[in-house]
Ligand binder design. Structure first.
Ligand SMILES: [Mg+2]
Length: 225
């Protein structure tokens, strides 16, 4: 079986998982404890709704729930706060190049409230943006992983039609592994994230392969070709 495309989760997969303090992040943005708390709580509520409904959320949803407006400068501070927590795994670039050399399309499918521009800024900073054929950020569509429409959107983004010839790589057994398998993709688990208990669900897919490092991926694909 030829593999046409490999689609990647972002956080905890292409970029190593960092356990962060979201309140500290908001406090760096807005130096008012009550307002930072409101933003932190709004963010948690938006993500809880995403988790329960599989409908996407956005940064605007967080701000409107907190009943706050941030200036452009404050928003820049927010995204800059993440800079030291968003470095791309050094193994990603050579691995992606190797896949592209085999004619495999590379895609991204991320559950995120951030707009596309912030993700692309990070990929450009870390010199992998040119290796990505197509990407879907849930903030731009109605659904999040594990909803099948999110996976179909990601396939459309890289121009492939047969899920049996697509592989998904992610760190979450429900959103990434179960979700990808529900639409007929093979799923590779990279279990290196300290995912908080409240973000997990009882449903877990059984991955078709498990890797401990991104550099192991090409050999896994070879075994399926
Ligand atoms: Mg992830």
């Amino acid at each position: 079986m030829t593999i046409d495309a490999v689609l990647f989760d972002w956080g905890g997969t292409l970029t190593p998982w960092h356990t962060i303090d979201p309140f500290a992040c908001w406090l760096s943005v807005i130096q008012d404890e009550a307002q930072a708390k409101a933003l932190h709580e709004a963010e948690a509520l938006v993500w809880a709704t995403v988790k329960d409904t599989h409908r996407s959320g956005t940064m605007d949803d967080i701000l409107s729930r907190a009943e706050l407006v941030l200036t452009e400068t404050q928003l820049r501070t927010y995204y800059q706060w993440w800079d030291e927590h968003s470095f791309t795994d050094p193994q990603a670039e050579p691995m992606l190049r190797e896949l592209r050399a085999r004619g495999i399309k590379i895609g991204i499918l991320s559950n995120t409230v951030w707009p596309r521009a912030e993700h692309e800024r990070i990929f450009e900073r870390d010199a992998i943006h040119h290796l990505i054929d197509g990407s879907v950020y849930s903030s731009e569509i109605d659904w999040v992983k594990p909803h099948p429409q999110a996976f179909r959107a990601a396939m459309d983004a890289v121009g492939v039609t047969d899920p049996a010839r697509a592989v998904f790589v992610g760190d979450r057994l429900f959103e990434d592994i179960y979700g990808a398998q529900q639409v007929g993709m093979r799923a590779v688990h990279i279990p290196h994230s300290q995912i908080p208990a409240w973000q997990t669900t009882g449903v877990e897919g059984r991955p078709d392969a498990v890797i401990s490092e991104l550099s192991e991926l090409p050999a896994v694909l070879d075994g399926w070709s």
